[in-house]
Design a protein around this ligand. Structure first.
Ligand code: PMP
Ligand code: GLN
Length: 386
């Protein structure tokens, strides 16, 4: 009958909260997506490609034009030198990229180092591939790991490390020193790192994203994952990028060929155009989001909420006890959506064990009116649960 790992899985928290928000006509600050439609020029390119372009199977690794555009983008933005023909693969979203990397690189029995809070897809995919999760528990307010944390989980059995940077849901960037520390452990234990960098372009206050791939010793042992959905605020598009040295790319492509084989060519064409014609998008997009972050943070602080720093992503977090709220994160979210008409995400959903239950994640990639109304409703929720 059903595979026991999938049989035991709950529905993802993102679907649960978006479903409740829709059903109850609540303001949805839960699942991470903008309420703007995304850049018109890129959507027009996609429409043109559907109407007048080639709609048959594109090449399995991706359209050459997009492979080149991805390599060019990372050369310009992050100083990486990637050979587009042998080191880039296009997948159906970062989700497929993660599945490809995990299926292709985990051998049953391998230990896989991961950091909690962890994106909810990671642990089930690792287990399904036969990997054994070794979890480092990160905590607010800094959410950092230490040398001792890594000493406790790395061993000769470590096959893979899975890092998300910038980190969803904490909205933090891994400091360069911590990336170097992780690289040191990967080299010492001969482990491959999969770095989920889907939020790489959404960083604030002049911060710079550093790819793990660029750390010393990582060029041949790091898989970098990106997502056009996050680069352009088109989250439904599901166009992902996998960048890795040729030997890793070769085996990952074998997983990709039997998961989806390809990704819709029209969307690939439009994403390539977007990367090649980005103009000042990668400056204005995070600047606009930073303004939204500040607007929501200020409104929440004025209502008595304790707001944690948000260094990147579409998210900011509120601390419930610091906000004078006496219930746990899940209860707060369920009551807030039902009784105050606003949806958030309980951060405990990102823990496999021993969850932090005091933090709620809110998505600020929304219009000003939505943010203002959301803050008002959250204030109502706070008053109900003080
Ligand atoms: N990884 C992380 C950390 C994410 O936050 C998301 C979605 N926002 C994904 C992967 C999935 O990306 P995609 O929609 O491109 O599959
Ligand atoms: N990454 C999005 C978030 O963190 C959700 C993606 C999904 O719904 N699977 O909200």
């Amino acid at each position: 009958m059903a595979n026991p790992i999938y049989d035991a899985l709950p529905t993802t928290i993102f679907s649960v909260m978006s479903g409740l928000a829709k059903e109850l006509d609540a303001i949805n600050l839960g699942q991470g997506f903008p309420d703007a439609p995304g850049p018109l020029a890129i959507r027009q390119q996609a429409a043109e490609a559907v109407l007048y372009g080639d709609n048959q199977y594109p090449p399995m690794p991706g359209l050459p034009g997009l492979l080149e555009a991805v390599a060019g983008h990372y050369a310009r933005r992050q100083g990486l030198s990637l050979d587009w023909a042998s080191e880039v693969t296009i997948t159906s979203g970062a989700t497929e990229a993660l599945a490809c990397a995990i299926l292709a690189l985990v051998t049953p029995g391998d230990e896989v180092v991961m950091f909690q809070p962890l994106y909810d897809a990671y642990a089930p995919m690792v287990r399904r591939a036969g990997g054994v999760p070794k979890l480092v528990r990160l905590q607010p307010p800094h959410w950092r790991f230490s040398r001792a944390d890594l000493e406790a989980v790395f061993s000769d059995r470590t096959g893979l490390v899975l890092l998300n940077n910038p980190l969803n849901p904490t909205a933090t960037l891994c400091p360069a020193a911590d990336l170097a520390l992780l690289a040191e452990f990967c080299v010492r234990f001969d482990a491959v790192a999969v770095c989920d960098e889907v939020w790489e372009a959404v960083v604030f206050d002049g911060r710079v994203h550093h790819p793990l791939l660029a750390q010393s010793g990582m060029r041949e042992r790091c898989v970098k994952i990106g997502s056009a959905g996050k680069l352009f605020g088109l989250t439904g598009w599901k166009v992902g990028f996998v960048c890795a040295a040729p030997a890793l790319t070769g085996v990952i492509a074998k997983a990709h060929q039997f998961l989806t084989f390809t990704t819709p060519p029209n969307l690939q064409t439009a994403v390539a155009w977007g990367l090649d014609h980005a103009g000042d998008w990668f400056e204005t997009m995070p600047a606009d989001l930073q303004r939204s972050r500040d607007r929501l943070a200020a409104a929440l602080r004025a209502e008595g909420f304790a707001v944690l720093d948000s260094e990147g992503t579409y998210f900011l977090n509120i601390d419930l006890p610091g906000s004078g709220i006496a219930v746990d994160d899940r209860s707060f979210c369920l009551r807030a959506v039902r009784e105050a008409g606003v949806a958030g995400i309980p951060v405990s959903a990102f823990y496999e064990e021993d969850p932090v239950t005091t933090i709620v994640r809110l998505c600020f990639a929304k219009r000003d009116e939505t943010l203002d109304a959301g803050a008002e409703r959250l204030a109502k929720a706070r008053a109900l649960m003080k």
